[in-house]
Structure formats: structure tokens, C-alpha cells
Design a protein around this ligand. Structure first.
Ligand code: ADP
Length: 323
């Protein structure tokens, strides 16, 4: 199974003729809400691929929270470990998108900002659930799990407090569970986190932030991936959008090209990549093949608008990989 410990946000998107100036009130063209948050997006990506997916995180006691929970559940994500925090709002991203494509985003973490050691305790109890719990509703192709969630993977991102991310990685490490860290949005990380991470998956901007030099293209990405190994991660995957993926393991460094698709909106392509990667690893595939799943899921997400609504199902993924 895959367990996502991370953020759950609602995106409030207004289309506007241009971005507002300070103090100005603008009339927008249209408005839509869309469930998002890097953690929730990754959990949905995994569930849609037919792999059991558990979400651990927090929503507020508001209507957005109920909408967010419903979106996770509709995709088949297990939400028993999503806490409703009545004392605060759900995480909200207020987004203005101008006609020229420029955007302006205000993220208010709300309940995501409250994720702390009590959530890590819920994660820990989840790691102790018995093998094949009767409530399982995973894909028919999922292999049986031995020793509780022993063959499982924990997915982390950086939209919740860093102290909780580190504590969750420690708990997973102690339980022998592999950790995938998406170091997004870009920020510096403490040295202690790297050795707890089996696979780190920055894009170019995030990789540049972590290694301290500009990462633009394949050559710099290769150097960055190797620098991340030096910091103690098991494997480093640098996502280069339509330019493909560079992956450095202890044994080799390889490049995986992007699938050629007609991109309309790359929002959440990175989340789709991590979901595809994790789903393949849970199914027992080797890393090289898992990177191909990630690249296919990322490419498919780029062909659709939105975040959770852009995540592909298993037949669509397999069809693209067969091309
Ligand atoms: P992020 O969303 O984190 O910035 P990327 O933009 O690099 O990450 O996208 C993640 C992955 O999704 C890429 O590594 C690639 O495999 C796939 N992808 C993204 N954009 C495209 C695209 N335009 N064409 C094909 N694949 C894409």
C-alpha cells in the first residue's frame, strides 16, 4: 500500500483580464473550485491506478473540508486518518489567472499548518495495522502484503510543517518502510532529513535550491542528482518537465525521456509523476520501470486541466506505455 502524509488544499481559481493592482477590485471572467494539495493529489493519483492509497493529514471543519474529503473518497483513497480540525479553516489556495497566463497565488495552510506529532502517531498506528485488513478496496492486481504494511511506501512533500515531515520519515524508517520525498514547494532542507529518504524527486527549481547551483537541463540535473546522493538519499530523480527525467541510484545514473503528449495544463504533473512512481514500486516493479510509470502519469496529467481531476486510470496509463 501507499501512505501519503501531507497537505490537502482547495484551489479557488478566478480567471481575470489581468492581475489586480494593490487596492484594486477587478471583475473576473469565471470562477471554479478544485480539490488540490500536493499530498492529496498524490494520494488520488495512486488510488486511480488501482493501488491501495491511505491519506494522513488534516482538513478544517468547513464546507471546503467536506468537499476535499469527498474528492479523496471518490477516487478510492482511504481517509480514516484525515483529521477534521474544527478550530481552523481548510488549506486554501486563492489563485488569479490572467488572460496572458500570468498567475498570482495566496496559499493559506489552515489545517495543514497544524499537522504535528499527533498526526505522526496516527501514521504510526496505521503502519501497525494487520496484513490485508478486511476494509481493503485496492486494485485487483495488487499483490498481497506480508507483515502488515511491510511492503509499503510513504510519500512526503513540503506543504506541512517540516518538523512533522521529519518525524514521519523517522517513523517510516524505523518501520522499514520506504520514503519518497517530493521537496516541493522549493525550500532548504536540514541535513538530518536526507538519510531518511529512499527517493527524492525535485523538479529543476527545487533541485537547484537543494544543491545550491542552477539546474537547467540534463547535464546540470545529473550533477544535482549525484550531489543529492552525496547528501545521503538512496536515489535521486530530477524531473525536467517535457525534457524527461534524470535518475541517480547507488549503482548507475540514467535518463528517461518524456512521453510526447499535447500538454494543456501541467498543474500537478509532478504529483502525478510521484503517484505513478509509487504505484509501480508498491506493485514490486524495479526503479527503472517505476520511473517510466511516473513519466507516463505525469505526461497524461499534463494533457488535462486541474489537479486531482487530471490523474489517469490504469488502462490509460498502460495504453500510453504501450505506444
Ligand atoms: P513539477 O510539476 O513538479 O514541476 P514537472 O513539470 O517536471 O514537475 O513534471 C513532472 C513529470 O511529468 C515530468 O518529469 C514528465 O515526466 C511529465 N511531464 C510534465 N510535463 C510534460 C509534458 N509537457 N510532456 C510530457 N511529459 C510531461
Amino acid at each position: 500500500v501507499a501512505i501519503v502524509f501531507g497537505s490537502i488544499n482547495i484551489d479557488l481559481v478566478s480567471k481575470t483580464p489581468r492581475l489586480p493592482l494593490p487596492g484594486e477590485t477587478l471583475t473576473g471572467h469565471s470562477f471554479a473550485t478544485a480539490p488540490g494539495g500536493k499530498g492529496a493529489n498524490q494520494a488520488v493519483a495512486i488510488a486511480k491506478l488501482g493501488v491501495p492509497s491511505y491519506m494522513v493529514g488534516r482538513i478544517g471543519g468547513d464546507n471546503f473540508g467536506r468537499e476535499l474529503l469527498a474528492s479523496l473518497q471518490a477516487a478510492g483513497v482511504k481517509t480514516e486518518n484525515v483529521l477534521v480540525d474544527e478550530s481552523i479553516s481548510s488549506g486554501v489556495a486563492a489563485i488569479a489567472v490572467a488572460d496572458n497566463g500570468e498567475n498570482q497565488i495566496i496559499i493559506t495552510p489552515g489545517a495543514n499548518g497544524r499537522v504535528d506529532e499527533t498526526d505522526v502517531e496516527r501514521l504510526q498506528s496505521l503502519l501497525k495495522i494487520p496484513p490485508n485488513p478486511p476494509s481493503h478496496k485496492g486494485g485487483t492486481n495488487s499483490p498481497p502484503f506480508q507483515g502488515g504494511l511491510g511492503g509499503s511506501i510513504l510519500l512526503l512533500q513540503l506543504e506541512i510543517p517540516l518538523s512533522a515531515v521529519i518525524a514521519a520519515a523517522q517513523v517510516a524508517k524505523a518501520a522499514g518502510i520506504k520514503v519518497i520525498l517530493d521537496p516541493a514547494p522549493a525550500q532548504n532542507l536540514p541535513d538530518e532529513l536526507y538519510p531518511l529518504v529512499d527517493i527524492i524527486t525535485p523538479n529543476e527549481t527545487e533541485a537547484g535550491r537543494l544543491v545550491g547551483f542552477t539546474v537547467d537541463g540534463r547535464e546540470a540535473a545529473t550533477e544535482a542528482a549525484q550531489a543529492l546522493l552525496q547528501k545521503g538519499v538512496g536515489n535521486a530523480i530530477v524531473k525536467l518537465g517535457a525534457k524527461g527525467v534524470v535518475c541517480a541510484t547507488q549503482a548507475e545514473t540514467f535518463f528517461t525521456p518524456a512521453f510526447s503528449v499535447k500538454a494543456v495544463d501541467t498543474v500537478a504533473a509532478g504529483d502525478a509523476f510521484n503517484g505513478g512512481l509509487a504505484a509501480a514500486l508498491v506493485e514490486g516493479l524495479p526503479l527503472r520501470q517505476a520511473v517510466v510509470w511516473g513519466a507516463a502519469a505525469g505526461a497524461l496529467a499534463a494533457t488535462k486541466p486541474g489537479a486531482q481531476s487530471a490523474m489517469c486510470d490504469r488502462p490509460t496509463l498502460e495504453a500510453l506505455m504501450a505506444t
